[in-house]
Design a protein around this ligand. Structure first.
Ligand code: ADP
Ligand code: ZN
Length: 213
């Protein structure tokens, strides 16, 4: 079963994707993570996209489609979770074609709805474990008092360079202008499902589980 998690930055796509990986053995394909890895390993492509990402703009369709194409050939365990991809109509068309080539399809597109005010609050308070990627939030899910990640015991935490108010404004604008048309696109295909992304992590997870089962 292959699904897309669709929603603005800070909607909780990554958090929910990680749960689905743990609970259902699905495979998370986050183009944001892939691009950050490319940047950190210092590849040519990574260097080229770093500034675009820091500003909060979208990198080219060609680059992200290339990244996804490579992964689709691999094992998909209990199914792929597309997280942060597709983000444009061209990417959505490309994904459809790639899945068809692999003899696969999409089961659902889960739209995670949240208010913009909450997004700003969540993102500017966000940090992640440098070892395992667990997501923390200064207000709702602080790093444990002993300074150790509750999942892996790691002690290094990082904040993303694009998690500042100015880049976030650009990312939100990119979402509304370039990504939100996908809501209509997948609705027309009969694949769109809505989930309230405002609740507790557990409640959102339960809503997603209800869609998948
Ligand atoms: P968020 O959803 O919190 O904004 P992501 O980790 O998904 O964060 O993406 C971070 C950045 O990576 C984006 O702002 C953009 O620059 C780039 N990016 C990620 N996925 C895509 C994509 N599918 N198309 C274009 N750019 C992307
Ligand atoms: Zn950790």
């Amino acid at each position: 079963m292959n699904i897309i998690l669709l929603g603005p930055p800070g909607a909780g796509k990554g958090t929910q994707a990680r749960r689905l990986v743990e609970e259902r053995g699905m495979v998370q394909l986050s183009t944001g993570d892939m691009l950050r890895e490319a940047k950190e390993s210092g590849t040519e492509m990574g260097k080229r996209v770093a500034e675009v990402m820091a500003r909060g703009e979208l990198v080219t369709d060609e680059i992200v489609i290339g990244l996804i194409r490579e992964k689709l050939e691999g094992d998909n365990g209990g199914g792929f979770i597309f997280d942060g991809f597709p983000r444009t109509l061209a990417q959505a068309d490309a994904l459809g074609a790639l899945l068809e080539e692999e003899g696969q399809d999409l089961s659902a597109v889960i739209q995670m709805k949240v208010d913009d005010d909450v997004l700003v609050e969540r993102i500017t308070a966000r940090s992640t474990c440098g070892s395992c990627g667990e997501v923390y939030n200064d207000i709702t899910k602080p790093i444990p008092a002993d300074g150790r990640c509750s999942t892996c015991g790691g002690t290094e935490f990082k904040r993303r360079p694009d998690d500042n108010e100015e880049s976030l404004r650009t990312r939100l604008m990119a979402y509304y202008k370039q990504t939100s048309p996908l809501i209509g696109y997948y609705h027309a295909k009969g694949l769109l499902r809505n989930v309230d992304g405002l609740g507790e992590i557990e409640d959102v997870a339960a809503e997603i589980a209800a869609v998948l089962d």
